[in-house]
Design a protein around this ligand. Structure first.
Ligand code: NDP
Length: 277
């Protein structure tokens, strides 16, 4: 590559669905930057090689999505504090002698909730459903906002327990009631905010959550985006406010854009134009 244009990519498997190229090109246009951003499909067992090819081609940075966020953590030689705590990386910076790994998912979720949906997380009761990479990646950012309660639940409850044990010391520092709750006990609890961080909807599977957990005053947030999920439909039927994860996607991209270009892009117009699609 001999041009001066900066090159970026998002790496995943599958990757054809990714909106990241559109989002980053829109941010760049708004700020008068001429960048190149492509979606790269990496074979499942070739993540490291794929990344080293990008580094050889003098790419400036990359986003990493399913299922490579843990491998990206291993690849990075230096980590931001959020990446270190989550042990997962979704944004990489390629420098002369180091690869810096960041995790912007938590910041993206919190900004979407606070800035786009006007939800103040302080002193709120929050339920987080799921114990995969997405759930783990957002816990610290939510704890930082000092909710009164952050409960974790998951189909495989042992995974929630393992995450809780790992994150306990952080929750104590923020004085948050941080615990695991079994799915069967959910109807007896009240939550202001219920976040679905599972991939159940990928296979159109039902989550198996009692609808009584949703209330008129709660917000049901689904990290999935692109369509109204059955989780959102159930919450709506109980009178809850609902949101998908499109805003989180754009906000986490905005934080990655800031890391690479030191410019904070406007996100609202990008969210609106993607929603219109
Ligand atoms: P993982 O594969 O790491 O985790 C999957 C989670 O979903 C596990 O907790 C798993 O439970 C649960 N799950 C899967 N199928 C079912 C089911 N049928 N019933 C109940 N639970 C189920 O995925 P990620 O954590 O990486 O991603 C989760 C979701 O978050 C995805 O939909 C992804 O698109 C979305 N996401 C959105 C982002 C955004 O910016 N909006 C950013 C990152 C992720 P178990 O442990 O029992 O298997």
């Amino acid at each position: 590559m001999t041009d001066l244009k900066k090159h970026f990519a998002v790496i995943g498997n599958p990757i054809h669905h990714s909106l990241s190229p559109q989002i980053h090109i829109a941010f760049a246009k708004e700020n008068g930057l001429d960048i190149d951003y492509e979606a790269v499909l990496s074979p499942l067992d070739q993540f490291k090689n794929t990344m080293h090819q990008l580094i050889q081609q003098k790419f400036t940075g990359a986003n990493v999505t399913l299922p490579f966020k843990k491998e990206a953590y291993q690849l990075a030689t230096t980590h931001s504090s959020h990446a270190k705590i989550a042990e997962a990386v979704n944004t990489l910076e390629f420098k002369e002698n180091e690869i810096i790994g960041h995790n912007t998912d938590g910041i993206g979720l919190v900004r979407d909730l606070e800035q786009n949906l006007n939800v103040d997380l302080k002193s709120k009761k929050i339920l987080l459903i799921g114990a995969g990479g997405a759930a783990e990646g957002v816990i610290y950012s939510m704890l930082e906002k000092k909710p009164s309660e952050l409960m974790l639940t998951n189909r495989t409850i042992e995974k929630s327990r393992a995450i809780k044990n790992k994150m306990d010391m952080h929750a104590k520092g923020f004085n948050v009631n941080f615990n695991v709750i079994e799915i069967a006990k959910l109807p007896h609890q009240y939550f202001d905010l219920i976040i679905n961080a599972t991939s159940a909807n990928f296979n159109n599977a039902e989550l198996g959550i009692d609808h009584k957990v949703f209330h008129e005053s709660s917000l049901a947030y689904d990290m999935m985006y692109g369509k109204e999920t059955s989780y959102m439909k159930h919450a709506k039927s109980q009178g809850s406010r609902v949101s998908d994860g499109l805003g989180m996607l754009v906000e986490q991209a905005a934080e990655a854009f800031f890391i690479w270009h030191h410019i904070k892009p406007h996100t609202k117009s990008v969210i609106e134009s993607l929603r219109a699609l």
